[in-house]
Write a protein that binds this ligand. Structure first.
Ligand code: ADP
Ligand code: MG
Length: 315
């Protein structure tokens, strides 16, 4: 296998009047966790569908586990696992039946199925529930069962489309720890999509930020965030922010100002947040902008997104 578990060049996917993916390049080294972060409709699921051979690209090409997703689709399928954004489990089967059927589909013999199911049930901690019907599972248990199913064929590359969507923080943290464990123990390459910044931050070595089908920024979380400046002073208020934005942008210690009109939020990137706070507050007062809330923080991936797209990354 090549150095890269996933290599995509110039991926484009057109539906009738929608460009779902508009030229995505993506490389993921073997053994890495990569997060594709973006808002709803950004093109994340479509990108996963192309990489998992479910839909062909309109243009561009991709290799997964060393094989071309169009010309060698069945070779790719042998080496990947997928969990989908929407839960697609048969609710009237038991967890064990779901896994068994999946194993049969992939031609695992009975002994292999029994062994792997036992291991995976242990990993995702479904021991007590595996012989109950899926209908009785909580959302978190269903996600864990899907994770086990995605792993049943012992993939080298695992695709997780919004693996914790709709889960509460506790269940989310649980899934995160299984994902980390898989990556650590088996050297599994993982590509996950998410619209939760914290998820990308918590899990991924590399984050690709996607919007309107295009990659707008890529790097490690710390690289992306460091490029924004050291601290950010966030001013939420009302009134016309234009004069304030101009005035504050002229202060010598201000590196960058970003206004999100819709949110009434002005983000001011400075060398030292707590030291510069007073001067920023004074500038607000002199420019007819009424402050409701002001805070100092380290820049986040949300700021990176805002910077590259001019919009906030909302759920
Ligand atoms: N089968 C399809 N037919 C037409 N449009 C689609 C189809 N699948 C996705 N789209 C559109 O492509 C865009 C990207 O969708 P998707 O990849 O699901 O985004 P995400 O997963 O980031 O929310 C959206 O505008 C969506 O409506
Ligand atoms: Mg999606």
């Amino acid at each position: 296998m090549s150095l890269y578990a996933i290599e995509a060049t110039g991926l484009i996917k057109l539906y009738k009047d929608v460009t779902a993916v508009a030229g995505v390049d993506l490389t993921v080294p073997a053994g890495q966790i990569y997060a594709l972060l973006g808002p709803n409709g950004a093109g994340k699921t479509t990108t996963i569908n192309i990489l998992t051979t479910l839909t062909p690209p309109s243009a561009g090409s991709a290799r997964v586990a060393g094989f071309d997703v169009v010309r060698q689709a069945s070779e790719v399928r042998k080496r990947i696992g997928v969990t989908f954004q929407d839960i697609v489990l048969d609710q009237d089967l038991t967890g064990r039946q779901v896994l068994n059927i999946h194993g049969q589909l992939y031609k695992l013999n009975k002994t292999e199925r029994q062994q792997r199911i036992a291991q995976l049930v242990e990993l995702v901690q479904l021991n007590d529930a595996i012989d109950r019907i899926v209908k009785t599972y909580s959302g978190g248990m269903k996600r864990r069962l899907e994770l086990a199913r995605g792993l049943l064929t012992d993939p080298t590359v695992l695709f997780l489309d919004e693996p914790t969507q709709g889960l509460d923080p506790q269940n989310r943290a649980g899934i995160w720890s299984y994902i980390r464990e898989l990556n650590r123990q088996r050297g599994l390459t993982l590509l996950l999509t998410t619209h939760y910044m914290e998820e990308a931050e918590a899990l991924a070595q590399t984050v690709g930020i996607i919007d309107h089908g295009k990659m707008v920024a890529e790097g490690t979380t710390s690289e992306l965030v460091a490029a924004m400046g050291k601290d950010v002073i966030r001013v939420r208020g009302n009134g016309d922010a234009q004069h304030f934005v101009q005035a504050v942008g002229g202060l010598p210690f201000v590196e960058r100002v970003q206004a999100d009109e819709g949110e009434g939020l002005v983000s001011i990137y400075v060398d030292n947040g707590s030291r510069r706070l007073v001067e920023v507050v004074e500038t607000v007062g002199n420019n007819g902008y009424r402050v409701e809330d002001i805070s100092v923080a380290r820049p986040s991936l949300g700021d990176v997104f805002l910077h590259h797209t001019g919009r906030a990354l909302r759920d």
